[in-house]
Design a protein around this ligand. Structure first.
Ligand code: ATP
Length: 473
């Protein structure tokens, strides 16, 4: 089958554009991104009709697909493709003793400062300092309180009485349920060290200043792996996991040169950690953390052993030794990664409309693997029953294999633009050639258009599932 751009195709076969697009605005700005996210149904403000709730977001029809594709790919790579990792799904509410033992109740806090002039409550690291004088970033006021710790956990009560005995917290990370279930999972999975337990789930932090769209939220999701090992393997495995995780981001379409592995200096690291890297991404608002990869030693398991009095150790059948494993933790944020994917994908270029006039095109250049919709299906004309019937046959053919979208309304160029804007990598157009009206040899072939290059090729309908599956995975 042939392969042409829109420009090379004769007018009768060319839909929506007459030449290759020119990329003119590769860098996204956050206002445009937030507006696109709302307009096209990726992300909405939570409780919007009541004025919203700071730090909470809802994912719309496309956002939920993108998020799900990301989580499924993480699960696929981290659990299904490996022999040495199993999954679990822990509860959000846990016994308060967990948070006492883990240290969260006493120390999971950010230093907070109040501005007495404008009453703003700020994270201490947001206060600006000019000529040695601390200033409020909101009003410029200099009357600020001394920093004091603010615990980030959301407190709640379990059961009908609200007193000291019923207090617990919404979990601020998913990791602790993995540590406290270590023994159960080890027993049922019969894994040998090194092995890991993976989990994806909600976490909650009462952030002092949620900001940068979804980047710092109060409710978010994490994808965490606790990879247990012998003490002597820890340092090497930290480097191994850093590389694995960098590869992961590249495989979902984030350019390597926008990713940075920052070695966290000794004075910023938790006292028990023997090494931590932050994987950072160049967001439009600056370089910020996507994921932490930390060598946490045996700290967490030891804390829970001490506090619960239960054994959380490992018996090595070969050496007959019993010991508490060390752990490497790659801990990624789902919402931050979704935001990075959208920022990375956003681009504007110019492409000709039906009449050849150049117009602005917004394109989300998602990797096909994570794109919410994989393929748009378009009958050239909606008032032609044969074209519509053929297009619906293709819908039925492809639907078992991938999430597709059928659209018959508006000029074909407009339909392409709508899909470009939400990152659909492929479009299939059913035209009169598909019906064999012009050339019997082209009967049951369609135009397959690729989003980024706008290249169009003629392919047989029966080949579509294989062609598309191979380009998506
Ligand atoms: P930060 O320094 O940005 O507050 P952190 O170092 O406290 O992050 P971790 O405790 O290491 O974050 O959590 C692991 C991951 O969970 C982070 O890399 C991030 O992707 C995600 N995460 C943490 N806090 C938030 C938040 N408030 N909103 C969205 N994602 C978050």
């Amino acid at each position: 089958m042939d392969s042409k751009t829109d420009a090379q195709r004769p007018p009768s076969q060319s839909y929506g554009a007459a030449s290759s697009p020119q990329r003119i605005r590769p860098v996204a700005d956050m206002e445009k991104i937030a507006s696109l996210c709302k307009r096209r149904g990726f992300i909405f403000q939570s409780s919007e009709i009541y004025g919203g709730l700071n730090g909470s977001w809802d994912y719309g029809p496309l956002g939920v697909e993108l998020k799900r594709n990301l989580k499924n790919y993480w699960w696929h790579v981290m659990v299904h493709e490996r022999d040495d990792v199993v999954g679990m799904d822990g509860s959000i509410l846990m016994n308060r003793a967990v948070w006492k033992a883990s240290g969260h109740e006493d120390t999971f806090s950010d230093p907070m400062v109040d501005c007495r002039s404008c009453k703003a409550r700020l994270r201490a690291d947001q206060v600006i300092e000019r000529k040695g004088v601390r200033q409020c970033p909101n009003c410029g006021g200099k009357d600020l309180t001394e920093p004091r710790p603010f615990n980030l956990m959301f407190k709640t009560y379990v059961g009908a009485t609200e007193d000291e005995s019923s207090i617990t917290y919404l979990r601020p990370e998913t990791a602790q349920s993995i540590f406290v279930q270590f023994k159960n999972v080890l027993e049922v999975s019969r894994k040998k060290l090194p092995f890991g337990i993976a989990q994806i789930g909600k976490a909650f932090r009462n952030e002092i200043n949620p900001r940068n769209f979804t980047f710092r939220s109060r409710e978010f999701e994490q994808m965490e792996l606790e990879y247990f090992c012998r003490a002597e393997e820890g340092v090497n495995l930290l480097d191994y996991w850093l590389e694995e995780r960098l590869k992961f981001y590249e495989n979902i379409g984030i350019l390597r040169d926008k990713l940075h592995a920052r070695k966290v200096p000794d004075d910023e690291r938790a006292f028990y950690s023997k090494g931590t890297y932050d994987i950072e991404y160049d967001f439009p608002f600056g370089r910020q953390e996507l994921e932490g990869v930390a060598y946490r030693t045996d700290y967490d398991l030891q804390q829970h052993i001490k506090a619960s009095g239960k054994s959380l150790d490992y018996f090595d059948e070969e050496t007959k030794q019993r010991f508490v494993p060390h752990v490497i933790e790659p801990s990624a944020g789902v919402d931050r990664t979704v935001l990075a994917l959208i920022c990375e994908a956003y681009s504007e270029d110019e492409a000709p409309d039906e009449k050849g006039k150049m117009e602005k095109r917004i394109v989300l250049r998602f990797h096909p693997r994570i794109a919410p919709i994989k393929c748009g299906i378009f009958p050239l004309l909606r008032n032609n029953a044969q074209l519509v019937a053929k297009a619906k046959e293709i819908v039925d053919l492809l639907r078992p294999h991938m999430f597709i979208f059928y659209d018959e309304s508006g000029a074909i160029g407009r339909r392409y633009r709508r899909q470009d804007e939400i990152g659909t990598p492929f479009g299939v157009t059913v035209d009169f050639e598909t019906l064999g009206e012009k050339d019997a040899a082209l009967r049951d072939t369609v135009t397959l258009r690729e989003r980024d290059s706008m290249k169009q090729e003629r392919v047989a309908i029966n080949d579509l599932p294989d062609i598309l599956r191979s380009r998506i995975s």
